[in-house]
Design a protein around this ligand. Structure first.
Ligand SMILES: Cc1cc2nc3c(=O)[nH]c(=O)nc-3n(C[C@H](O)[C@H](O)[C@H](O)COP(=O)(O)OP(=O)(O)OC[C@H]3O[C@@H](n4cnc5c(N)ncnc54)[C@H](O)[C@@H]3O)c2cc1C
Length: 589
């Protein structure tokens, strides 16, 4: 029998990056808020301390901080018509589980999207004419502009103590930063990370070709920093254990270090960990949410009544929860109708690799998850796509994340994949190799979508989310273009040999790309195509807000989380400034 808890003003599903920001805004507005998190309660002390914090087998290989695929996973296929199979070990992307969510174990690479990203359809039409965009691409304007989001990017960057050097302060170019970035109202709160030797080699080569290298921004701190909530982060020691690890130094921004200590001290907020939300409950006519149903740590099915529901469970999980709750119309790729699951996109990653002789010592173990020197010359709309026949692009540059011994074993093409020769090649090249990342955008097409799997279920008997994805032709063309640029720079970096190549299909569930899943509950002005309006409020059930990268209409050339943080603050402002004053639809279609 389902037990019922005392009603609260708001329930937040998922206590990760978005959930913590929105919950904080709601308690500050005087609401009682329950945060439901499926994973365990945890904190930097005592859960993530040396020497265990650097256990590569536990965290990188066995993925201790990710969702347990034996309980809940995804099924995957490349095309509609194929039978999707479950990912029994997560490899392709790695959604986190546990209080604080995925940024507890993220890299910390942070960007803003371009101004054109938010108005992509109009921008491409104005720049290239009405027939330029392949009609197969589901590109649309998002319903917000960069100018709308700029103050919210800024708030997120102050909260997380982002470290970088601006190249564009209110439209005035600044030396040392990225000259091609969108204008920002203020300098970053902290200076950028040190440039690694690999970055310097890349910089010299890129500059010789006329490009504009810069040190990328990070959420790995460069100095002690006290954020606006009074929480202090410490400087990074470049130990190289960020990606897939929590930081025992308090040097990486995440909800655990930037917001949860303050939020949890607020008596209007109650955190319930190990609370697996099964669905958002809606009333009989399906127009109002009444709360959520979850299974608590003792395995009891529980109903939590609430006047307002915030779905903040990470991109793909947001989509699944709406489908399980019957909120919105499931997307049908055959007819191109419906909304939930539409415009699923990912990231198009490729690399060029420079192999040096043994006199060039890269020391890859000295790094953070976000020590990178990049060029932005071939991202998004920073170059003329007219002659190329694709849209999108990507930033390019060496992002060294730590040279950890199990995962980092670069060998030149043609090396045997095991045995004595392989071992000798690993030893020979470990300290003398630079990987240049090509971090490409991802455009939506009809056949890339999310729905509920007809066959496979999770530990609670609910259908898994079925991911249908392959790299669209547009993105493969884009990848060929940007990877060729990376290879050109690589050839100038003074190595003995260059390897690598563009992304090619098919997409494989067994290959890690990034955890940059986007789309599925997209924002927009048209309720027939979008799940949420410009304030990230459900078009169908106005007391439900769905927030995260699932709102992205396409995925840009950059890492998503800066934009996710900005959207969280944007929605929080709409909630507290408008919705709470007059609950109801904030936009009429
Ligand atoms: C290894 C790795 C490296 C990354 N590096 C970068 C990077 O360098 N730059 C970048 O921009 N992005 C990076 N990301 C992505 C980044 O972590 C996400 O964009 C960010 O965490 C999204 O915030 P969110 O609040 O939407 O989701 P999360 O922070 O993941 O929070 C969602 C929470 O919801 C919980 N939840 C899910 N379903 C339920 C349910 N049914 N019931 C209750 N709770 C639920 C989850 O357990 C989780 O705690 C990385 C991700 C990974 C995994």
């Amino acid at each position: 029998m389902t037990r019922t808890r005392k009603p609260v003003d708001a329930v937040v599903v998922g206590v990760g990056l978005v959930g913590s920001i929105v919950a904080k805004a709601l308690v500050d507005a005087g609401l009682s808020v329950v945060g439901l998190e499926r994973g365990p309660a945890r904190d930097i002390v005592p859960d993530f301390q040396a020497p265990d914090a650097h256990d590569e087998l536990k965290y990188s290989v066995r993925k201790n901080l990710m969702v347990d695929a034996a309980k809940e996973t995804f099924t995957f296929r490349n095309r509609p018509g194929q039978t999707a199979l479950p990912m029994r070990r997560l490899e392709m992307f790695l959604p986190g589980s546990g209080v604080g969510g995925s940024t507890v174990h993220w890299n910390g690479v942070v960007f803003r999207f371009q101004e054109s990203d938010f108005v992509l359809r109009s921008h491409l039409r104005d720049r290239y004419g009405p027939n330029f965009v392949d009609p197969a691409l589901g590109i649309a304007d998002w319903g917000v502009t960069y100018a709308d989001l700029e103050p919210h990017y800024d708030r997120f960057e102050r909260l997380y103590g982002v470290c970088g050097k601006t190249g564009n302060l209110a439209g005035v170019r600044q030396p040392g930063g990225n000259p091609l970035e969108a204008p920002r109202s203020r300098e970053y709160p902290n200076p950028p990370m040190k440039e690694l030797y690999a970055g310097r080699l890349f910089r010299n080569a890129a500059e010789s070709l006329g490009y504009h290298p810069f040190v990328g921004a990070s959420c790995n701190l460069t100095r002690a920093y006290t954020n606006p909530l009074g929480l202090t982060l410490q400087p990074c020691v470049y130990c190289g254990f960020c990606e897939r690890y929590a930081c025992e130094q308090f040097a990486k921004a995440s909800p655990l270090t930037t917001i949860l200590p303050v939020l949890r001290a607020n008596r209007r907020f109650e955190l319930r960990a190990q609370a697996q939300v099964l669905r958002v409950n809606v009333d009989r006519d399906g127009r109002r949410a009444t709360g959520v149903t979850y299974v608590d740590a003792a395995g009891r099915e529980t109903f939590q009544p609430a006047s307002l529901v915030i779905v903040a469970a990470y991109a793909v999980n947001n989509v699944r929860l709406l489908l399980l709750s019957g909120i919105g119309t499931p997307y049908d790729s055959r007819t191109d109708t419906g909304t939930v699951g539409r415009n699923y996109a990912f990231q198009t990653i490729s690399a060029a690799t420079v192999f040096y002789d043994q006199s060039v010592r890269i020391n890859p173990f000295m790094a953070s998850g976000a020590t990178g020197t990049y060029i932005d010359d071939f991202s998004g709309e920073n170059f003329d796509h007219g002659p190329h026949g694709f849209v999108g692009g990507g930033f390019i540059g060496p992002l060294l994340t730590g040279g950890r011994p199990i995962e980092f074993r670069p060998v030149p093409p043609g090396t045997p994949r095991w045995g004595r020769e392989w071992k000798a090649a690993v030893a020979r090249h470990y300290n003398h190799t630079v990987n240049i990342l090509c971090h490409g955008s991802s455009m939506p097409v009809r056949t890339n979508c999310l729905d509920l799997d007809p066959s496979y279920r999770d530990a609670w008997g609910q259908p898994l989310l079925r991911v249908t994805y392959d790299f669209p032709d547009n993105d493969l063309k884009m990848s060929r273009f940007i990877t060729a640029k990376a290879m050109e720079i690589a050839q100038r970096m003074g190595g003995q040999r260059v390897g690598g190549g563009p992304r090619s299909g098919p997409a494989m569930a067994t290959q890690y790309q990034s955890t940059h899943n986007t789309g599925g509950t997209i924002m927009g002005d048209d309720p027939k195509r979008a799940v949420v309006n410009r304030y990230l409020q459900s078009w169908d059930v106005p007391n439900v807000f769905v927030i995260g990268a699932s709102n992205f209409v396409h995925n840009g050339s950059y890492t998503p989380t800066g934009t996710v943080g900005a959207l969280a603050y944007w929605a929080a402002e709409a909630l507290t400034g408008r919705y709470l004053k007059q609950p109801g639809a904030l936009v009429t279609a």
